[in-house]
Design a protein around this ligand. Structure first.
Ligand SMILES: C[S@@+](CC[C@H](N)C(=O)[O-])C[C@H]1O[C@@H](n2cnc3c(N)ncnc32)[C@H](O)[C@@H]1O
Length: 416
């Protein structure tokens, strides 16, 4: 091990969940506990400057940063659902307007459904295999809600009302809600499944309003700017003082299927490439070559002995992560810091030292490694066991710890 790891129990936050400090506005896989981000920023005495999260998901790093006084933030993610959640959390909308819009929406829907001849007037939405995932009644009612949300002209307001809509889509579909991947319920469960779409939507809307008004709105002073976009991180003319992020742990297909989790929501909100997202995320396209240099190469060689294909898939993830780190590194100011929170997954019984890889790549790009803390993983919403050897019945704990990697920029590689 080249970069020293320090076990730090302070960062375990044992027994704490996401909702212990800041409930999320919408379910999202593999979220980062905002408490971790705030604690490390405080430890590093960072309370101002511009922050970047290149894989921002539902925006937990922004929550952490806001808690510490940082007000200027930029985020990127390829998943449109992630960007929807992040945007809504950090866009200030007067509560009075939200409440009035809720009343208007409810009245409009109520008037519309009173007249049965209206029910067939709306065009059927363009969702892949729609009848496989939703009953006829659910499709009709979701379509009505969607129609009236899209009548809201103000984009920020419209996005706010799409958050409970997206949750309702998932809850009223035939997907097994306990899974991130798209699995259909068993036939018996489908027979007993008759969700009240309007009731669920307005209950979800009330929850969204309550969480937003208690936890997010009060922090959104006029100088807070959170600018997020759905794309890969593109170096901009902005320079960052701090990068705080939790990147994916591996490709979506074999770790966390962010795209699949979001497919129905993304399709219902008009994203036509929803089904392609997992392939667009890090490691989504299989590499032709093995990664044979650096600290990760021995582990990849060990996987290769067991399974050539898996070794190529793993190589592709680390190649993408390395390319992304090069871009991120360029845009950090000298003296600026990066904080990456990662897990070291196991593939074919080989543990991949992602924390070491990240420290190494930043050191190759003008940074100096400062600290790596190890924290026990207790409450991350992701599977802690899988079958990395692909042998039925043999499961291995894929990750019991997470690593908080901190590096500081010392040199501008381009100007060297
Ligand atoms: C661990 S999650 C981030 C979770 C986030 N910290 C939160 O608490 O919600 C990783 C994110 O990386 C995104 N992602 C994967 N590959 C990406 C890429 N090449 N560019 C941008 N985002 C990517 C995924 O869509 C996912 O939202």
């Amino acid at each position: 091990m080249k970069y020293n790891i320090i076990r730090n129990e302070k960062y375990d936050f044992l027994g704490q969940s996401y909702s212990s400090s800041y409930p999320n506005l919408h379910k999202y896989p593999a979220t980062m506990l905002p408490q971790i981000g705030s604690a490390i920023l405080k430890e590093l005495n960072i309370s101002k400057g511009t922050l970047l999260d290149p894989y921002c998901g539902s925006g937990s790093s922004f929550t952490s940063a806001l808690e510490c006084g940082i007000t200027q933030m930029y985020g990127f993610d390829i998943n449109p659902l992630a960007i929807l959640i992040s945007k809504v959390k950090f866009t200030k909308i007067p509560l009075k307007i939200l409440l009035q819009t809720k009343v208007n929406l409810r009245d409009e829907i109520y008037e519309f459904v009173k007249d049965e001849t209206n029910l067939n007037k709306l065009a059927k939405p363009n969702i892949t295999n729609i009848d496989f995932w939703f009953s006829k009644e659910v499709i009709q009612n979701l379509n009505i809600i969607k129609h009236f949300i899209y009548q809201i002209h103000d984009e920020n307001l419209q996005r706010f009302f799409l958050i409970p809509f997206s949750e309702t889509v998932r809850e009223c579909s035939f997907t097994r809600n306990s899974e991130f991947k798209l699995y259909k319920m068993k036939p018996d469960d489908i027979l007993n499944f008759n969700p009240d779409v309007f009731g669920i939507y307005f209950k979800r809307l009330n929850d969204t309003l309550s969480i937003y008004s208690r936890f997010y709105y009060p922090k959104l002073s006029d100088n807070v700017k959170v600018d997020v976009q759905y794309s890969k991180f593109q170096p901009t003319k902005d320079e960052f003082d701090i990068v705080l992020t939790s990147p994916p742990y591996g490709d979506s297909r074999t770790t966390v299927a962010y795209g699949q989790f979001s497919t129905l929501s993304n399709e219902w909100t008009g994203i036509d490439y929803a089904r392609k997202i997992d392939g667009m995320l890090m490691g989504g396209i299989k590499s032709k070559y093995l990664l044979s240099k650096g600290l990760i190469s021995d582990s990849i060689a060990a996987i290769y002995k067991e399974d050539n294909n898996r070794a190529l898939e793993v190589s592709s993830f680390y190649n993408d992560l390395a390319a992304s780190i090069v871009k991120v590194a360029q845009t950090v100011k000298i003296g600026g810091k990066i904080i990456y929170i990662v897990g070291n997954r196991i593939v074919k019984n080989v543990q991949l030292p992602t924390d070491q890889f990240i420290a190494e790549k930043f050191e190759e790009n003008g940074f100096k490694h400062l600290i790596t803390y190890e924290r026990a993983l207790s409450s991350k919403a992701m599977p802690s066991k899988n079958s990395p050897s692909n042998k039925t019945g043999i499961t291995v704990n894929t990750m019991l710890f997470e690593y908080i990697v901190v590096c500081e920029k010392t040199t501008d590689i381009i100007n060297k």
